[in-house]
Design a protein around this ligand. Structure first.
Ligand SMILES: [Zn+2]
Length: 305
């Protein structure tokens, strides 16, 4: 059973438990409240008659029961708890496909899906050491506020130590706080997941970490251009993810140390054209000023884990 089917079962079980709790509350009320019990018996009787086509007294019995329930101090939401998900009514499926509540549940419950450290967007924005970086945070904020209907791609390019990782990860944190499911990976982590997926048949208890990158509301791929290029894996799986998210308009944040021509040269036209498609992508540069003013960094390593 895959993680999504397990989540469907969990959602159905939670629903069943909620309904059981409602039934127990009602049963206890029937046991202690004779008036309510009488109204309920009358209602059931009328319901049987109604089913045989005799509907005379049904409405009246129904109204009497409602009144008895209210008089007993019971609330409708206690007896018939509202569905946690209005879309699938806690069945986990919509039109045969997994409901978004299932996908969010799976993605957000797996800590491996957030491999970059989390950052508080507003705090990072207010303490940005340069005007240039502040400006990038403002642009990122507009991107966040456009969710889920704006341009889905946000590409940050620039040299090491400019704060790309922190900004990208802070975007994911802020969108998660608004209910989005998120996956954040380094480019190297992306390749590892793709390779595991590619060879999963040989790993019996393999947990799929690839599909969350397609399914999540927000994906961050950090430091594209630093990963190893594995034949039949890196570019092929990157294309699958980029293309699917591009077509579906799903929010995707990419940081890279490569220039536009560097991206084109390394990944080819089909990936490049989607990643930098002006109608669906916002491209920004973070160059020059070191984000950690006064700290001379030799590498970008401290920015990520
Ligand atoms: Zn649902």
């Amino acid at each position: 059973m895959n993680a999504y089917d397990r989540a469907v079962n969990e959602i159905k079980n939670l629903r069943r438990e909620a309904e059981d709790r409602g039934r127990l509350i009602f049963k206890a009320a029937l046991d202690r409240d004779a008036k309510l019990a009488a109204a309920y018996r009358a209602y059931i009787e009328q319901m049987h008659l109604f089913a045989r086509g005799q509907k005379n007294e049904f409405k009246k019995a129904e109204a009497a029961l409602k009144k008895a329930i209210a008089d007993a101090g019971l609330k409708r939401e206690q007896l018939d708890p509202p569905h946690a998900c209005k879309l699938c009514r806690d069945t986990g499926k919509v039109g045969g496909a997994y409901c978004s509540c299932v996908i969010s549940r799976v993605i957000n419950s797996d800590r491996h899906n957030l491999t970059l450290p989390s950052y508080d967007f507003d705090k990072c924005k207010s303490t940005a050491p340069s005007d240039k970086l502040k400006k990038r945070y403002e642009e990122a904020e507009a991107y966040i506020n456009s969710y889920p209907d704006g341009k889905p791609f946000f590409v940050l390019s620039g040299t090491a130590g400019t704060g790309k990782t922190v900004l990208a990860s802070a975007i994911a944190s802020k969108l998660m706080a608004r209910g989005a499911s998120a996956v954040t990976v380094t480019a190297a982590g992306f390749v590892r997941r793709a390779l595991d997926y590619h060879t999963q048949f040989s790993i019996p208890d393999y947990t799929d970490r690839f599909t969350p990158m397609l399914d999540c509301d927000v994906l961050v791929i950090d430091d594209l251009g630093t990963e190893s290029v594995l034949k039949n894996v890196t570019n092929e799986y990157l294309y699958i993810v980029i293309n699917e998210r591009w077509q579906a308009g799903k929010y995707t944040v990419i940081t890279t140390n490569l220039t536009a021509s560097g991206l084109l040269g390394r990944y080819g036209e089909s990936i490049f054209s989607r990643m930098c498609d002006k109608s669906k992508a916002i491209s920004k540069k973070l160059d020059g000023d070191n984000a950690r003013l006064g700290i001379k960094t030799k590498t970008d390593k401290t920015d990520k884990t």
